[in-house]
Every structure is written in structure tokens, then in C-alpha cells.
Design a binder for this molecule. Structure first.
Ligand code: PAF
Length: 286
């Protein structure tokens, strides 16, 4: 697997395969790869002839006081993992390469509606940063397919809308959350947890499962969410949000909604963890 750091080299490397009619899949990442990322590469392999991964810790999507500097940079391990997973090409640009004019004057992409609320409220500007870098990568790689994890559920919704609204001819594929045996969703940020916090962390997923079961059993949503919120606190989390939304567009749930999603973000020690769980409200008792 070749690693390229410059846009010109990337464009040169992709010109031949594109001319030969090869299907190209893109897996954008910020590195510090875990099994969930490698599953994305495997999924990309199944959709394309050539798999391009990117590693770029995108400063535009980090707010002030967030973990941009602390975010783990593990290029050598990531290269080995990507090669094993069947990636053909890695693009790992510097910030200067992607944003040569500087961050302050960088043209940004804002995805209306779905970027608002949830993580969009707690992390102002975050989804503009994501939408900007993903647009840029779509433009540089011009993939046929791009794969993203469903753990970042709101991000996936933002990317689907961005792809539709900007008419990118890219098929967006979402990959199911990969969990540790105890239920914790894999995340690069799990590495921030102490041993004790790591033992508490599956409590987030456990709470989402309890909330889903309460909803299916017919408990009114507001009551079930309030109980789950208390449960999160008693399990040592500082909840940011715990919400029930329509699964397709993250709009408010109403009496007609069938496919819903529970979304949560909570702080545990130094780590801000997010998770989500589908719930089919048509199965509700009563
Ligand atoms: O999910 C991520 O790792 C990032 O938000 C992404 C999509 C690679 C954009 O920087």
C-alpha cells in the first residue's frame, strides 16, 4: 500500500485507474484506527476495485478547548492495519496541504437542518468542519463510493445530505457500529479512559438498551428518557444529550414515527463518548 501526502501525487495516482474504468471507494478517517475503521475498509473493498483511505486530523472540526492536540497520531500502526485490511492507497496530507490559505479564510460548507441540535449544539462549527473536509476529499478523490461508520450517526446524516445537495455522484455506505464484547462502541477516544473509566464505559450502551426496552414496553418517551438520563448519571456519566429522533432525518418523533433512533453523548472522565441505537416504535406495546 502506497502512502501519499500531496494532492498532485494523489491526482496522478488516481488518473490511470479512473481512465481504466475502475470503481474507487473512499474511507475517510482521522487515524488511530480500530477494528471499526478496518471494517469500513473491508466494506469499501466489497464495493470497488480500488480502496483509498485518508488520514487527516481535521482542525476545522475541533472547537476551542477540544482534543485537537491530544488526538492520537499513530501513522505507522495505521498504515500496517490498512494494508492488512486490503487498502490500496493512503492519502495522509498535512494541514497546509489541504488548507494552504489558512483556516481563517478557508471556504466552508454548511449543511442546513441536520447539522443543528445534538452534537451540533454542543460542538458549534463541528459539522461545518466535517462537511468542508468531506467535500474537499470527495473533490480530490472523486470516489464512486464512500464508507462511514454509523457510530457518528448525525455525521452520517450530514454527509448524506451534503452529497445530495451538492450533487456529488458518490454512493454513501453506512457501516454498523463495531462494539467491544462488553458493548462499548469502538472509538479512538476510548483510549483516553483510565482502567476504571473503561470498566464504567459500557454503561452508556447498557442505558440505551434499557431505554429502547422501556419504549418498546410502552413507557411514554419523556418518562423513559428521564429515567435513562438518571441512570447515566448514576453510572458515572455527565450526559450531554439523550434524545429520541426519527431515524431517517433526525427530526422530532411523532405518533406516526416507526423507525426511530436513540442518540446519546456523555462525558466520562476525559472522554466525550457518543453512541446510538435503533428502535422500531411500531413494536410498542399498548
Ligand atoms: O469520522 C471521522 O473520523 C471524521 O469526522 C471524518 C469523517 C474523517 C472527517 O474528518
Amino acid at each position: 500500500m502506497e502512502t501519499l501526502h500531496h494532492i498532485q501525487a494523489l491526482r496522478q495516482a488516481l488518473a490511470g485507474p479512473r481512465r481504466a474504468g475502475q470503481r474507487i471507494a473512499l474511507v475517510p478517517t482521522m487515524g488511530n484506527l480500530h477494528e471499526g475503521h478496518l471494517e469500513l475498509v473491508a466494506m469499501a473493498r466489497a464495493h470497488a476495485d480500488l480502496v483509498v483511505a485518508t488520514i487527516f486530523v481535521n482542525p476545522l472540526q475541533f472547537g476551542e478547548g477540544e482534543d485537537l492536540d491530544a488526538y492520537p497520531r499513530t501513522l505507522a500502526e495505521d498504515q500496517a492495519g490498512l494494508a492488512r485490511a486490503g487498502c490500496d492507497l493512503l492519502f495522509a496530507p498535512s494541514t497546509r496541504e489541504l488548507y494552504p490559505q489558512g483556516l481563517d479564510v478557508q471556504t466552508r460548507v454548511h449543511v442546513a437542518g441536520v447539522s443543528e441540535g445534538l452534537c451540533g449544539s454542543s460542538r458549534p462549527g463541528h459539522f461545518d468542519g466535517v462537511a468542508t473536509v468531506v467535500s474537499l476529499l470527495f473533490n480530490l478523490v472523486q470516489p464512486d463510493v464512500a464508507c462511514f461508520g454509523e457510530k457518528d450517526y448525525q455525521q452520517l446524516a450530514v454527509i448524506r445530505q451534503l452529497t445530495r445537495d451538492l450533487h456529488f455522484p458518490v454512493k454513501i455506505v453506512g457501516a454498523p457500529i463495531v462494539r467491544a464484547a462488553d458493548g462499548l462502541a469502538l472509538s479512538s477516544r476510548n483510549g483516553y479512559l483510565s482502567e476504571e473509566e473503561r470498566a464504567q464505559a459500557p454503561g452508556l450502551y447498557a442505558t440505551l438498551c434499557e431505554l429502547r426496552d422501556a419504549l418498546i414496553a410502552g413507557t411514554p418517551a419523556a418518562d423513559a428518557i428521564a429515567t435513562a438520563h438518571e441512570r447515566l448519571v448514576s453510572r458515572g456519566f455527565v450526559p450531554d444529550y439523550l434524545a429520541l429522533r426519527r431515524a431517517d432525518d433526525l427530526g422530532e418523533v411523532d405518533a406516526q414515527t416507526q423507525e426511530a433512533i436513540i442518540l446519546a453523548a456523555a462525558q466520562l472522565g476525559p472522554a466525550r463518548l457518543i453512541d446510538n441505537l435503533n428502535v422500531n416504535l411500531s413494536q410498542r406495546d399498548g
